[in-house]
Design a protein around this ligand. Structure first.
Ligand SMILES: [Zn+2]
Length: 424
């Protein structure tokens, strides 16, 4: 399976490189179909590549095509190179073919009257806890069924993905889950993602993603320190790294669990869910700079990066989108944290501290993240109708009372084309 990982990574990185070297004015960079043709040729010319599994290599190209498509929606930017040890994994497409049935239970026929067939991965359940899946070139591979309740049966999936991370192998089946029906209350919610509060909701709730405890973090540092001091290539070094990896895996597991539960809750409770548009790449980019132009506040930015990555914002947005298709909106993030949610006044001085918002115009006071979340909920930049439920619409006018004339706002109203300003 490690060989599959290496081949998938190699092919994916070749695709990244092809597109990275493309410049405007040249012929368009090769698409998925052209890349598949080139892969076939490369397999013929390179014996070691040809010895690998063709489906695994082709699915790596499919992964790349998907990453390329997600460029505008994911917030993660262009696909980047996969690194050894860090991005180990491959996708397998099922070889079994099963007939497809329509909603009434009758066989689904194509235009010529033939039965429509779909690919299925070969998977068998062994007992309550264990199942096995056929991995090309490796035979049957046993795995533990981790999904609880209705998920504890072998999934009917078209493809699955095997990953090797933090010393653990995982298998994940690509099953499109049934969408969670909207509650029909017409209510919209805004979600403000931040470092101090992972997700502040416009109804005033603050949701926090679980992290490692102080003790666990101390243990993690201890193992990392011991590993760093152990002689190169020693068994002790490997053992210490494995212990550190275990702690990191536990943290990742908790984060994922939280994202799943939170996204299900959002999809069940609200008709429309609005997230602010984040550019995660810019926000997590290193502040280190170059030798000629060293960056400022490198340590602070690095700490923030860790904080951001630890929160799993991207995953929360993605899973909510899966569970509430068509009901999730991304709204521009500009000035959501500086605008008063009651009177619409934008003023830098209104934000007294990280946590406190006190409008200099109308005197409205609120948690700063909740204020931002209310602004996000009230954003009507997109088509879906906003809810009637209790969300004040922002307006630019003389504030409540209106006794004193307004000073000029310290910040300009954002222009429609402008999407977000870096606030730190
Ligand atoms: Zn105000």
């Amino acid at each position: 399976m490690l060989v599959h990982c290496a081949h998938a990574r190699y092919v994916y990185n070749l695709a990244v490189e092809q597109h990275a070297h493309w410049r405007p004015g040249r012929r368009s960079a090769p698409g998925f179909a052209e890349q598949c043709r080139q892969l076939t040729q490369a397999r013929r010319e390179n014996e070691w590549l040809g010895a690998g599994n063709a489906d695994v290599q082709q699915q790596a190209l499919k992964d790349f095509a998907k990453a390329k498509q997600a460029f505008f929606s994911s917030g993660f930017g262009e696909p980047i190179w996969r690194k050894k040890y860090r991005h180990e994994g491959f996708r397998v497409i099922g070889t079994d073919r099963v007939p497809v049935y329509d909603d009434d239970g009758g066989p689904l026929l194509n235009a010529k009257g033939g039965q429509v067939m779909a690919r299925r991965v070969r998977v068998q359940r062994l007992n309550r806890r264990w199942a096995r899946v056929a991995v090309p070139g490796c035979g049957w591979v046993r795995f533990r069924l981790s999904a609880k309740g209705k998920g504890a049966r072998p999934p009917e999936a078209k493809t699955f993905r095997v990953t090797f991370r933090n010393g653990q192998w995982h298998v994940a089946f690509a099953v499109v889950p049934a969408a969670i029906p909207a509650p029909g209350t017409g209510q919209a919610v805004g979600v403000d993602r931040g470092v101090a509060i992972t997700a502040a909701l416009s109804d005033g709730r603050a949701l926090n993603c679980p992290q490692l405890s102080t003790r666990e973090r101390a243990r993690l540092r201890k193992h990392q320190r011991r590993a760093a001091r152990a002689p190169r290539g020693s068994e002790r070094k490997a053992a210490e790294y494995a212990k550190a990896a275990g702690l990191k895996a536990a943290e990742a597991g908790r984060r994922k669990d939280w994202c799943e539960k939170t996204s299900t809750m959002l999809a069940r409770r609200f008709d429309v869910i609005r997230f602010e548009k984040l550019n995660i790449v810019n926000m997590t980019a290193s502040a280190r700079g170059t030798l000629e132009r060293p960056g400022r506040r490198v340590a602070q930015k690095a700490g923030l990066n860790r904080g951001i990555l630890a929160q799993g914002w991207g995953l929360l947005r993605q899973r909510t989108g899966h569970k509430a298709p068509g009901r999730v909106q991304d709204v521009p993030a500009a000035y959501t944290s500086l605008r008063c949610s009651t009177c619409g006044w934008i003023e830098k001085n209104s934000r007294k501290s990280q946590a406190e918002f006190l409008c200099v115009s109308c005197g409205f006071s609120c948690n700063a993240d909740t204020n931002a979340a209310i602004n996000i909920a009230a954003s009507t930049t997109t088509k879906v109708a906003a809810g009637q439920g209790g969300i004040p619409r922002p307006r630019r006018s003389a504030g409540a009372g209106g006794t004193t004339p307004h000073p000029r706002p310290s910040v300009r109203e954002p222009q429609p084309t402008q999407v977000g300003i870096p606030l730190f």
